[in-house]
Design a binder for this molecule. Structure first.
Ligand code: ZN
Length: 749
């Protein structure tokens, strides 16, 4: 949901981003009039106003919040509510503005998801009086328990079978959460508006109030004072002056919609309409309902709206509710709320970040909705990243980078929302800002084209489109589109806390001419969880007159990298970790210590003479080498002064051991090394292991058998007749083969 003005923190960066983006502005294709650069003084003033509004609002809302929490006390649907799947709601509501009451009928059409369903539990706050309930147009009884009422179905309903519950109810809706249902006088003018996210639709209309059960369609019919106008979701299909001082306005919603996105906003609005021309012969209405006194400022403030719709359609896929509309309706809450096709937005406040954030939700939040509030970053992190993408689209990468740096989140807590019983915990800037960072980092990890391909696939895939989703579904889609393993990345960033603190150091060696070998050591020093962030891609850059970038994985708590620079402009004089700020991190340089560079040694071959070296850099030479745990492959040794591993391995397979190196003047490092010896293939009868079968093998065998000569290599190669023993009959067999056309040597046993 929502764009809380609280998530407007880093005004400096924002203003910088705005200023830069407008210097480099290239106006995107748009069917609306071009919009104007925001003057710096205005941006500064807006930020101060936002803070002041925020203070007032929070104080007021926290007051309301008390008591409501106890009344609600739930974080998920009752198990019994999964006995049915809601298909359709019709809301027929009379709003008595002077009395601040509503009187309404809700028709809810559902199908049973199991056999023998005998009752239906529906959410509605207990202070709303239920007049009567009917099922399938026949009488029905109900009972109430807290904020749920149970309708007894006259006859059991089986899987797939539809049933209609019709409820007549009335009352003054409880306010709570961010707002719920509000009657207000603003600027001397009556305003009625709703804001139900995350779980307060039930304060004013009976429904199954969870985002994992969207209705396929909804009709909203509202009766209210004739001098007002009621904006809602979808398409307006009726607007009648009843001649009795009331007006009836009807809206039809023909896209799936979650209950928290159903909204009413009514006042004595001024209205105007733009068009989004999305095809040569097709346009979609873009409506604005604002306070009359705000009309002139609003026309200017909202002027980027159509350009934003064009931009987001280009990035993600065509605006999802293209057969209905996009609209913004003024309300008095301290922020904005992405009601489907009809964003509610604080009156007379026109920050582009806010406008584009709510619009972004139409894709991410409304069309595709978090399954439950634990995964709210799928709404808010995405919409917050949309802000950054908008400013990037107006300018350059620098604007994106500045905007993201303005959204750095460095406090604790996980992006995954653990406590979903409190609106302030759900809609914390952690979810917004760090959630946006998760997408920003993902973008770099998978590369730009793949990232936008992921977003477009997410938009298009029938598994997700119009549905509710979890982090894990999105992760799996990212893996599917990118072909990368992203389990560690998602686990660390979505469920972990804080961010990596990288310490880095480097050592450069001349390699002749303008060529250098550069050793870079990076370690993670955070003591928070996770202690090791797994980044499939991180940029390490060597400054050699200009930066040379290397894209490498950093999946471990520390790692050594070796880069070869050719034709360097200058000797390497520095390195940078993630110099373009694609990662939420800190990076600190330190001096290069003793480091064992590689965690592998060359693969050896069984029975073949082997030599390789453990490579150590940093500190002072010579080093002293030792194996501190595990052991080398059989018959190989480590020279303690040269680091050379040599010998002729007699066994095949993989072994892991730890090598430690200590510098002359102190400092040491150890590294676990994995080494593989591949099995030697042999030629039957080639006892001497020279690659050919001839008389020398017979001589070799005879020497072994009678004179204590060397053993056949391998022993099996000497078992020429396959008798499972090496003896004189093998030599005889071999001589017969070589000289008399006898049978060929057998593989032995
Ligand atoms: Zn939002």
């Amino acid at each position: 949901m929502l764009y809380l003005l609280s998530s407007w923190k880093t005004y400096g960066s924002l203003i910088l981003a705005l200023a830069i983006s407008f210097m480099a502005v290239s106006t995107p294709a748009t069917t609306a009039a071009s919009f104007q650069r925001i003057p710096m003084e205005q941006a500064i003033r807006e930020s101060k106003e936002a803070h002041a509004l925020e203070q007032q609002m929070k104080a007021r809302q926290l007051e309301k919040q008390r008591g409501l929490q106890e009344a609600l006390g739930i974080a998920g649907a009752l198990p019994s509510q999964y006995q049915y799947d809601v298909k359709y709601y019709k809301m027929d509501m009379r709003v008595n503005v002077p009395a601040e009451t509503i009187y309404a009928r809700i028709d809810m059409i559902s199908t049973a998801t199991q056999d023998n369903v005998t009752f239906c539990d529906i959410d509605l706050f207990s202070n709303m009086a239920i007049d009567s309930v009917r099922v399938d147009d026949g009488p029905a009884t109900f009972t109430r328990d807290g904020n749920v009422y149970r309708v007894n179905l006259p006859a059991p309903v089986n899987t797939g079978q539809p049933f209609t519950v019709r409820t007549w109810y009335r009352g003054h809706p409880t306010e709570g959460g961010f707002q719920a249902f509000a009657f207000e006088i603003v600027q001397g003018q009556t305003l009625v508006s709703t804001l139900s996210e995350p779980y307060l639709a039930r304060t004013w209309w009976p429904c199954k109030d969870y985002p994992d059960d969207k209705a396929d369609s909804v009709d909203v019919v509202v009766n209210y004072p004739v001098n007002m106008f009621c904006a809602s979701n979808g398409t307006m299909v009726g607007n009648v002056n009843n001649g009795d001082g009331t007006r009836t306005t009807s809206w039809k919603i023909r896209y799936p919609i979650a209950t928290y996105l159903v909204s009413l906003a009514m006042s004595n609005y001024s209205h105007w309409r733009d068009w989004m021309k999305y095809a040569p012969t097709d346009s979609m209405p873009v409506d604005y309902w604002v306070f009359p006194g705000d009309s002139s400022d609003a026309r200017s403030g909202y002027s980027p709206t159509v350009a934003m719709l064009d931009t987001l359609s280009r990035l993600f896929g065509l605006y999802p509710f293209i057969n209905e509309k996009y609209a913004m309706s003024a309300f008095n809450w301290g922020g904005a709320m992405e009601h489907q096709t009809n964003t509610s937005i604080i009156r007379n406040y026109y920050a582009q970040s806010m406008i584009v954030h709510e619009m972004g939700h139409q894709w991410w939040g409304d069309m595709i909705t978090c399954r439950d509030w634990h995964h709210v970053w799928m709404n808010e992190g995405f919409a917050s990243y949309v802000e950054a993408l908008w400013f990037e689209s107006l300018g350059t990468f620098t604007d994106l980078r500045n905007y993201m740096n303005g959204m750095r989140y460095t406090l604790g807590g996980s992006i995954y929302c653990i406590d979903t019983t409190n609106v302030w915990a759900i809609f914390d800037s952690r979810v917004y800002d760090k959630g946006a960072w998760a997408l920003h980092m993902l973008r770099h990890v998978v590369s730009d084209p793949t990232f936008f391909s992921i977003m477009q696939t997410f938009y298009d895939d029938p598994r997700y489109k119009w549905k509710d989703v979890t982090t894990e579904q999105f992760r799996d889609l990212c893996e599917q589109v990118s072909g990368m393993d992203l389990h560690g990345f998602f686990q660390d960033w979505i469920y972990g806390t804080y961010y990596p603190k990288y310490n880095y150091s480097f050592l450069s060696e001349p390699r002749g001419g303008n060529n250098y070998r550069v050793y870079v050591h990076v370690r993670q020093t955070q003591t928070t969880s996770p202690q090791t962030f797994r980044m499939p891609i991180i940029d390490l850059s060597v400054n050699a007159g200009s930066y040379v970038d290397f894209h490498v994985p950093m999946m471990d708590s520390e790692k050594d990298y070796v880069f070869d620079l050719t034709n360097a402009l200058t000797p390497p004089n520095g390195v940078a970790v993630d110099r373009n700020d694609w990662i939420l991190k800190t990076a600190t340089s330190e001096s290069y210590a003793v480091h064992v560079i590689y965690d592998t040694l060359m693969t050896g071959q069984q029975f073949i003479s082997y030599q390789d070296s453990v490579i150590v850099r940093g500190g002072s030479k010579p080093y002293t080498y030792s194996v501190t745990s595990g052991s080398l492959p059989a018959e190989l040794t480590l020279n303690s002064t040269t680091g050379i591993v040599s010998g002729t391995p007699t066994d095949s397979g993989s072994v892991t051991f730890t090598v430690s190196a200590t510098g002359t003047s102190g400092g040491s490092d150890s590294k676990q090394i994995t080494m593989r010896i591949t099995p030697k293939t042999y030629v039957p009868g080639d006892a001497s292991h020279d690659g050919a079968v001839n008389i020398s093998d017979a001589v070799y065998l005879i020497a072994y058998i009678f004179s204590g000569g060397p053993v056949p290599v391998p022993m099996t190669a000497g078992d020429v007749n396959g008798s499972c023993a090496v003896n004189i009959s093998d030599a005889v067999y071999l001589i017969s083969y070589i000289f008399s056309g006898g049978p060929a040597p057998l593989p032995g046993c």
